[in-house]
Ligand binder design. Sequence first.
Ligand SMILES: [Zn+2]
Length: 900
Amino acid sequence: MCTIRRFTLAALALGISSFNAAAATPNAIPHDSAPLGKLPRWAQPLAYHLDFRVDPQQSAYTGSAAIDIELKQAADHLWLHGQDLTVSKVTLTDSAKKIHAAQYKAVAQKEGVSTVEFGKTLPPGRYRMTLEFSAPFNERLEGVYKVSSQGAPYVITQMEAISARYAFPGFDEPSFKTPFTLSLTVPENLVAVANTQQVSEQKLDNGWHKLSFAATKPLPTYLVAFAVGPWDVVDGPQIPATQWRAQPTPLRGIAPHGEGPRIKPALAQTPAIITALEDYFGFGYPFDKVDLLAAPDFAAGAMENPGLVTFRDYLMLLDANSPARNVRSSFNVAAHELAHQWFGDTVTMPWWDDLWLNEAFATWMQAKITQQLHPEYRADLELISGANYAMQSDSLVSVRKIRQPITGTGDIETAFDGITYEKGAAVLNMFERYLGADTFRQGVRAYIKQHQFANATADDLVAALSKASGKDQRFAKAMQSFLDQAGVPLVDTVLRWEDGKAVLHLKQQRYLPLGSTGNAKSVWGIPVCVRYSVAGGDPKTQCELLDQAQGMMLLPGATASSWYMPNADAAGYYRFDMARDDLARLTGNLAQLPDTEQLAYADAINAGFRRGDLDAAAVLAAAPALAQSGTREVATALMPTLKWLSKYEARNEAQRNRLTELARKMYLPRLQQLGYQRRANESQDDALLRASLAQFLALDVKLPEVRQALLLQGDKALEKSADGQLDLAAANPDLLRAVLSVATQEQGTPAIDVLIKALGTTSEPAQRMAILSGLGAATASANAERARNLALDPRVKVGEMNTVLLASREDGEGREAMWKWFTVNHEQLIKRSGDSSGGRLPDLVAGDSCSQSEADRLNAFFQPLLPQLPGADRGLAQTSEKTLLCTALREKQDPAAILR
Ligand SMILES: [Zn+2]
C-alpha cells in the first residue's frame, strides 16, 4: 500500500494476552477462546471460490464463499473472520460428498472474529465449507465499498490491512495463501474486473451477466480485489516478453466513465517499470495481466493488488494541466505498487510485524527503479529526505520499531507509518551499500526464488543476504539491531592526530531531542562510512562497522586541513554530531559536497537545533549556503526548520522581521526568476521548485508581494464564466492550492461561497484537492468553521476529509478553533472516517500543538475514547510527546538568537 508520506494510518490495543496465542493441543478437540490475533493452525484454507452479486445502485450485495479447508484434527468448530456480514447458510461437504449443516456465529464483533459450529465432531480431513452471506457496501472505504463519480455509483475493494473480513467470510491473515477463483454477477451494462483475466461471460435473465475469472496464484486475503461500475477500459501498450517472461502481458487502464483518455500517460510508463523490476529480481512478472485502476475515492494512496492495482484518481488521471507534483507522484507510486508485485504479492510476510518486508522494500525499490528510468527525478535525494523525515519520528520515545510486536488490531493499522516505509527503506539502502549492490541483489533474488508464492520473514531475508555475501553473525546482528530496536543512532565524531596519523574517534548513542525522557544508551551495528579530503586528490571514503559504544577509524592521507563528512553519500541511517572545529571545516567546504551529503548536512543542522547543540543563529547562518544550491531538494531542505522558527520561536516584531527578510533574500529572487506562470519546455523540477517557494513565501512567511501575485491568479480563477463555472484553469495548476489559500484568506466570504459551490460541480481530483486546501486555509473564524463542517458534508468524499481539516489547523488560532470543533463533532467525524483511522486522529486534530496545556487537554479528551478507537493509544502517545518536545524546544531555545 502506498500511504503517501505523512499520511499515517492508525487505529486499540486490546490488552488481551491471548493475542498471539493460537495453537491448541494436537489430536484433541480444541476448547479454545476466540483468537483475536493469529488464527489457530488446525483449520487451514486451501482454496476459495467466491461468487459475488453486485449492483452498485443498491446499498448491499450478496455472495457465496466456497472454501476448501483442511482440518488437521478432529473438531466441532473452527475460527475464521467475518465482520458486519449476515451469513444465512453454512454447510460442510466431506470427501465422501456428505453434507453437514453448520452454524456461523460472530464472536468478537470489534475484531471481526467468528466461528462456524459443526453441531458434532468431524474427523480430520478435507472439506468444502460453503457460506451464503450478504453485507452492506462499506461507507468508510474498507472491504467492498461504494463511491460515486459524477453521479454514477461504483463499487471498489480495499482489503489491506484487515478489511477482507468485511467483504467475505475467510481466514483473513497473510500467512494463509491460497488460490482465489472469483465470479462477479453484475448488471450487464456494467464492467467488472478482478485480479485475473476474465475467462467466461454468461448472460442471465433480467439484464444481468455473470463474469468468471481465472484462478489466482496463491494470495493472502488482503490482496483480493475487484471493481464494478460504468468504467472506461483503455488498452495500454502490451508489456513485451522478456528473458524472464515468455509471453507478453496485457496492460489496461480502468477509469471512471469519460476519464479513459487521461489514464494513458500512466499506462505509457508502465512497461518500462515492469521490465526494469524483472531485471532486478531475475524473475518474470508472475501474474496474468496488469490493470491500473483510478479510484474516485480511496483511503490510502494506492494498493498493490496483483493484476489490479488501485490508485487514488489524481495519480492516474493526468493531462497537460496536471500539477507537476501529481505527475511526479504518479510515476513514483506506480513504481512502488509494481515493486510490490514481487515484495508482498509473490513473497508475503506471514504476520503484520514483518510488514516492513513489503513496505520498506517497495519504498526502496521505487527509488532504485526511478533512479534508473528517470535520473532527473533524483530518487536518491527523495530516499534521503524520506530518511530524514523518519528520523524526526524515530526521535520519539513512543515510536514503533520497524519490527514492532503486534499486540492488538490497532498495531496492525498503525504499522503503516514512516518507520515501516521510510526508515525501513533507508536501512535497506545502508546495508545494500555495506554488502555491495551486486551481492545484495543476489541475496534478494535468492530470497524471492526460494519463497515464491509463499511466506517469508525478516530472518529469511537476513539469511539470504548473509549467504549471498558470506558475512557472518556480525552482519546479521547489525541488521537486526535496526529492525528490532527503535530510535536513530547519533554518532559523535572528533578527528585527532595521534602518532602522526589522522584518527577519527566515534561514539554512538541514541539521538534524543531537548525535553526527551528517553534513555540515550543504545548500541546499533552501524556501517559508518566517512568521506574526507586529502591533499591534491579526490576525496577518499573509509567505512567501518561500528557495533560497540565507541570505535575509531584511520583516515589515511588526511591532512591537518582535511574536512570530513561523517555520513558518506548520506547512505547511513544515523545522525552525527561533529566536534565544533570539524563542523566548521565541513561548513566551509559545503559547496564541494555532493547533493546527497548536503542533505545530510541540513539534517545535522536541524537535529543539532532540536537537541540544543545549535541555536537559531547557527541555523540562520547555515541556511543561505544551502538555499543557493541549484538542486531543489537541497535549496528547500531547511524550510521546515525556518517555518518552525517563524511559527513558534519568533516572539516579537523584530524577530519576525528578521526571519521574513532572510526568507525574502534567500528565496524571492529565485521565485521571481522562475516567474509565476509555467514556461514552455521548463523542467518538471522548476515547476516543483516554484510551487514550494510560492507556498513557503506566501503562506508560511506571508510575503506581501508573493501573496499579491498569487491573488491576481486567484481573481481570475474565481471569476465565473458565462456558464456559471469557475475558471480554475486560469491559475497555474502547480500553484492552485496556494492561489486558492491566499484567495480565501484575502477575499474572505465571497471566495468561500464560490469554492463551496464549486465542490458540487468539480470532479477533477487535483482541482478538488486545491479547493479543499484553499477552503481549509480560511482564516476568518466563521469561514474557517464552514470549511471544517465540510468534512462532515456529503459533498466532500471520505478520502478528502483530511485535506480540509489539516489545512484548517495551520496557525495558532486555527488550532484552537479546530480543537473546539473536534470536541463538538468527534462522534460524527469518527463515524464517517471509520474506527481504523483512529490512530491518526490525535495528529489530525492536534498535530502542530506546542504547549503543555494543549498536551493536557488532548490526553484528557482522548483517554476515555481509547477503548473504541484501535491504534489511537499510539497516535495519542506520539502526538502528545511531539507536543511536549515542541514545548521544551520553544522554552529552551533563546528567541533572541534569531537576531544575533
Ligand atoms: Zn506499499
